[in-house]
Ligand binder design. Structure first.
Ligand SMILES: Nc1ncnc2c1ncn2[C@@H]1O[C@H](COP(=O)(O)OP(=O)(O)OP(=O)(O)O)[C@@H](O)[C@H]1O
Ligand SMILES: [Mg+2]
Length: 260
């Protein structure tokens, strides 16, 4: 099978602020040589300790940030992150992203209907945006009047449903999630996991999901990549988490809380 999404030789370095007038800032390596391929319909989990480069890798794969070196391709086309909205519109159409914090990621001054419709406007999707928004809000189990209300009127779990609705309203091929369940309590998290799975099934989504929670990856993903120090140290079917080989994976599994 050919890959829908591919990262080759990915590096991302950051220059930290200079320490003095004549001293250049040190370079921090966040992603340090990653090769990765996700087939259409594949569900990849990315796990690893804090600071291992998971979020940076997802930003590179989602075209939100340019790699220092290496390439990302999707559907065989190069993804070149740029400041021009038009250059990557094709890729924005193919992708949706959900971040960790449902409080920070929703504009408090906008009504939910406008928030969820935003990608449709930006991507110039034809047809009635209002009916697309209404059907996606229903799909993520939000109340019928949700579109006319503001984010602060909703609970944390509901806000994450709003963020998910916004991420899939334009029917993307790939859904990226960076710790999308981490801010939620256990019961709400389990429901949002179920929502992710049923959306992925119904829409045939390809999933790329970062989580420090092994249990989330075991429930949602078919393959897993384990990161440490900006590299992938173990990669394979999600069942490798049942018998981890690499010391980093072993430590992650040993530290994992057991989900109810
Ligand atoms: N914009 C940035 N500027 C400078 N350093 C950065 C930047 N983004 C990430 N880093 C550094 O790169 C490394 C990897 O960060 P990243 O956020 O990708 O890790 P992570 O695995 O997502 O961690 P966490 O589990 O805590 O979210 C860290 O050392 C981080 O401090
Ligand atoms: Mg992160």
């Amino acid at each position: 099978m050919t890959a829908l999404l591919e990262g080759t030789g990915l590096h991302r370095h950051y220059r930290l602020p200079r320490r003095g007038p004549f001293e250049p800032g040190p370079v921090r390596t966040a992603v340090d040589g990653v090769d990765l391929a996700v087939t259409a319909g594949g569900r990849l989990g990315i796990v690893g300790e804090s600071g291992s480069g998971k979020s940076t890798l997802v930003r590179l794969l989602a075209g939100l940030e340019a790699p220092t070196a290496g390439t990302v391709t999707a559907s065989g086309r190069p993804v070149v992150a740029s400041s021009s909205a038009r250059a990557l519109r094709w890729y924005r159409r193919e992708t949706g992203v959900v971040f960790q914090d449902p409080y920070a990621s929703l504009d408090p001054r906008m009504r939910v209907g406008a928030i969820v419709a935003e990608p449709l406007r930006a991507l110039r999707v034809p047809g009635s945006h209002e009916s697309l928004v209404a059907s996606v809000l229903e799909r993520v189990d939000l109340p019928a009047d949700a579109a006319t209300r503001y984010p602060h009127e909703f609970s944390g779990g509901q806000r994450q449903r709003i963020a998910i609705a916004r991420a899939v309203v334009h029917s993307p091929l790939i859904l990226f999630g960076d710790e999308p369940m981490s801010a939620l309590d256990v019961v709400v998290r389990a429901r949002v996991i179920d929502l992710f799975r049923s959306l992925a099934d119904d829409l045939g989504l390809t999933l790329v999901l970062v989580s420090h929670d092994i249990g989330v990856v075991q429930r949602l993903c078919d393959t897993v990549a384990v990161m440490s120090g900006g590299r992938i140290v173990e990669h394979g079917p999600v069942s490798l988490l049942d018998a981890p080989e690499h010391p980093v994976t072993r430590a992650l599994v040993a530290a994992a809380p057991t989900l109810p």
